[in-house]
Design a protein around this ligand. Structure first.
Ligand SMILES: Cc1cc2nc3c(=O)[nH]c(=O)nc-3n(C[C@H](O)[C@H](O)[C@H](O)COP(=O)(O)OP(=O)(O)OC[C@H]3O[C@@H](n4cnc5c(N)ncnc54)[C@H](O)[C@@H]3O)c2cc1C
Length: 338
């Protein structure tokens, strides 16, 4: 395993920010990881696990070691009449795992087609799209403690998954590297086409016999038409989470803003569409210097080419504050700011 010095992270983050890391190593196998952990010179310096860099905003150079995850391998580990258990190395691209499942007719993650990034990052924020979240198919994961090297198994309850949230974003932030993830997929697909424009897209595609392959294709078509491609314009997807408010707060906002977009969540709460709030503060498509909220997706903060991480972060703060002033609603950042 080679450790390189003063490496630019520009090719490794989807905002294309040209920051440096003091040290950079690619983790190809578990031995590489244990070597880093047991190296006395590396043991006390900050470590950043890097997947696809699609949910990161670097506001500075990184003073520590970046561990680029290259742990590969997808395999079926067991099955029963209804389910199949697929274990994946955490450095596999998430969408490659989705495609593997679709090829084999294992259902459950087709609605999450084309989410960028790695399998190992998926549990960090309990990724989700088009009405499905990772937690619905999650079986267990293995993770290595970055100080002790201990390997620990986390079952569903241990991960404390929430909306774009888990224990790995809270109490255990930066403590572990997730090395393997096991999902429980279904042999008897229950198709979920109720969310977003999936039904409309399936009709436009001329699909009469719905199946997981068609749903995956429909989701890909919608995503490609709606979301800015990070290869062309730097971004990290939705920058903010959709904020949850009490039903009383929702009712009072609805009086002033009858068009407010929201949907009911668990209990008595309402989830507001953060994109709508941002758009109604006038930020959608408005470019400020090198940055802005995207013209067709107000929730997506973009780098028009030469932005720094600080500039992007400052803009996000301005938008966040403006929404708070206008609607009295706090939007939490979804992207990990480093
Ligand atoms: C265009 C676009 C669309 C997107 N759409 C969606 C969407 O629909 N739904 C959604 O949920 N997200 C979406 N995202 C966000 C992003 O794709 C996900 O959060 C993804 O899981 C990030 O994966 P990554 O490998 O790029 O993680 P990175 O950005 O590399 O890392 C993110 C965080 O996880 C940590 N981490 C990464 N891997 C590990 C590991 N193995 N062990 C421990 N910690 C780790 C990192 O240290 C960092 O804190 C989108 C992003 C983009 C750019």
């Amino acid at each position: 395993m080679e450790t390189r010095k003063k490496i630019s992270l520009k090719p490794f983050n989807t905002f294309h920010l040209d920051v440096l890391t003091d040290l950079f190593s690619e983790i190809q196998n578990l031995e590489d990881l244990q070597k880093v952990i047991s190296d006395p010179e590396l043991s006390s310096i900050p470590k950043l696990i890097l997947g696809g860099g699609s949910n990161l905003l670097f506001t500075n150079d990184f003073h520590g070691i970046v561990l680029k995850n290259n742990l590969k391998g997808i395999q079926k580990i067991k099955e029963d009449d209804d389910s199949v258990f697929i274990q994946s190395g955490s450095g596999e691209a998430w969408n490659d795992l989705v495609m593997y499942c679709i090829e084999n007719n294992y259902a459950g993650i087709e609605n999450m087609s084309l989410i960028p990034g790695t399998v190992g990052a998926a549990p960090i924020q309990n990724i989700g799209a088009y009405g499905v979240e990772l937690k619905e198919v999650f079986e267990e994961l293995e993770a290595v403690h970055l100080k002790t090297g201990e390997v620990k198994l986390f079952r569903l309850a241990d991960c404390r998954f929430g909306y774009r949230d888990s224990i790995f974003k809270n109490e255990l932030k930066n403590e572990f590297m997730i090395v393997k993830v096991t999902l429980r997929l279904s042999k008897h697909p229950v198709l979920n086409t109720s969310y977003g424009a999936i039904e409309t897209e399936l009709k436009a595609m001329g699909v009469t016999d719905k199946n997981i392959r068609a749903i995956s294709k429909a989701v890909c078509n919608i995503r490609l038409s709606k979301l800015p491609n990070p290869d062309q314009i730097g971004n990290a997807g939705s920058f903010f989470k959709n904020p949850e408010v009490s039903s009383e707060k929702y009712e009072s906002l609805k009086k002033d803003f009858p068009e407010l977009v929201a949907h009911k969540t668990q209990g008595d709460k309402m989830k507001l569409a953060a994109g709508w709030l941002i758009e109604h503060c006038g930020w959608k498509g408005k470019q400020v210097g090198n940055v802005g909220m995207h013209k067709s997706q107000a929730l997506v903060l973009v780098n028009y080419g030469h932005a720094t991480g600080d500039e992007l972060f400052a803009h996000a703060k301005t938008v966040q504050l403006n929404v708070k002033e206008k609607f009295g609603v706090e939007m939490e950042m979804e992207v990990n700011v480093i």
